[in-house]
Design a protein around this ligand. Structure first.
Ligand code: AMP
Ligand code: MG
Length: 346
């Protein structure tokens, strides 16, 4: 079974073609995977400009689709489904994606599998490296499990009884963790997205600056990353006043910020861990591409309990949409029936 996956919820245009082989065990391969990030478009604004994101999706989708066909020499008639991430996301981005997907599905006479972007993040931890079978990955997850979803748009702690039954324990009340890292990067003069650039800087820095660990003493599983960003901005302004804003200080600031936000999510996750005693902890979303965070998590929870996605697939892409699409193929609908849902929840 071949599924074409399309991702346009935010600022990443992703198209991937996956093939699933159901024999005794579920095996799959990524036939082709195209991804175009819009970093250079949004970096000068310090964050994503939705209308520009939509314009780029519109421009890039046909280019990437043609590239995929050319590289694979696949015949679109042989695709079984088109999976599309219909939300949550930026409305203009979702509309641009929907338009392309609906037209394509009509032209090819295929059904569309609507995929919840958040579930795609969760299911993405099952994507095996190379061609290992998916069940080996599924077996690693022991339920009940906790899932920490940390991305550019979300910070959610979820209790999972299994892959279908779960509930939200808490979430961020303001900025998402990835957004917070991106904003801290901007305060340090780094280009968007700040997360990976902050990680690079922090590697050579020492976490010598004091920053708050927001909401850690509250008796709930919610997060807040707006206050820490303001505290960071004030700290940087103070340092600038004394003309100490040099490369060494920037590295120490990056290390201090990263440590503060990472410790915050770990403390909260640990509280949930102690209360719910899960057998596995799934951590997914773009921010878990961060090696320092992976190490901190392993130190606290141990390698056996933790389940991460492949690093190269942590941020948004078409592979995880096609992959999740496989599990939701029974929801496939005629192209006319597809609706976007910018505020979709888990
Ligand atoms: P997503 O929404 O899943 O595509 O994730 C994007 C978010 O992940 C952005 O806020 C990035 O800054 C963040 N991110 C990506 N790579 C890293 C990294 N290595 N360290 C920290 N944050 C990262
Ligand atoms: Mg995302």
């Amino acid at each position: 079974m071949k599924i074409l996956g399309i991702e346009t919820t935010c600022d990443e245009t992703g198209i991937a073609l996956l093939e699933f082989i159901e024999e005794k065990e579920l095996k799959f391969k990524i036939i082709n995977h195209q991804l175009r990030s819009q970093f250079n478009i949004h970096s000068k604004y310090g964050g994503i400009v939705p209308i520009l994101a939509a314009r780029e999706h519109k421009k890039n989708l046909p280019i990437l689709y043609e590239k995929l066909l050319k590289e694979t020499k696949e015949k679109p008639e042989n695709f079984n489904y088109i999976a599309f991430s219909y939300g949550p996301g930026l409305p203009p981005s979702l509309v641009a994606g929907k338009e392309f997907v609906v037209n394509l599905a009509k032209k090819l006479n295929k059904k569309i599998i609507p995929v919840n972007h958040l579930l795609a993040h969760i299911y993405s931890v099952l994507i095996p490296k190379n061609k290992l079978n998916v069940y080996q990955k599924i077996k690693k997850i022991k339920f009940p499990a906790l899932c920490l979803l940390i991305s550019g748009g979300h910070t959610i702690l979820i209790y999972m009884e299994d892959f279908q039954k779960f509930r939200k324990l808490g979430e961020t009340k303001d900025d998402a963790i990835g957004e917070s890292l991106d904003k801290a990067g901007r305060i340090l003069g780094l280009e968007y997205p700040g997360g990976p650039k902050l990680e690079k800087l922090a590697k050579k820095g020492k976490p010598i600056f004091n920053l708050p660990r927001p909401m850690i003493s509250q008796n709930n599983f919610n997060f807040s990353f707006a206050g820490i960003k303001t505290a960071f901005w004030e700290l940087v302004e103070e340092i600038k006043k004394y003309n100490k804003f040099n490369e060494e200080t920037k590295r120490d600031l990056a290390a201090s910020y990263q440590k503060a936000v990472f410790e915050t999510i770990i403390i909260k996750t640990k509280k949930a861990y102690e209360k719910y005693k899960p057998n596995s902890i799934i951590v997914t979303g773009g921010v878990i591409a961060n090696t320092a965070l992976r190490k901190m998590m392993i130190k606290v929870f141990g390698k056996e309990k933790l389940v991460f996605p492949e690093k190269s697939l942590a941020t948004d892409n078409g592979v995880k949409i096609a992959f999740a699409g496989y599990f939701f193929k029974d929801n496939a609908l005629e192209p006319e029936k597809l609706e976007i849902n910018p505020l979709l929840d888990i």
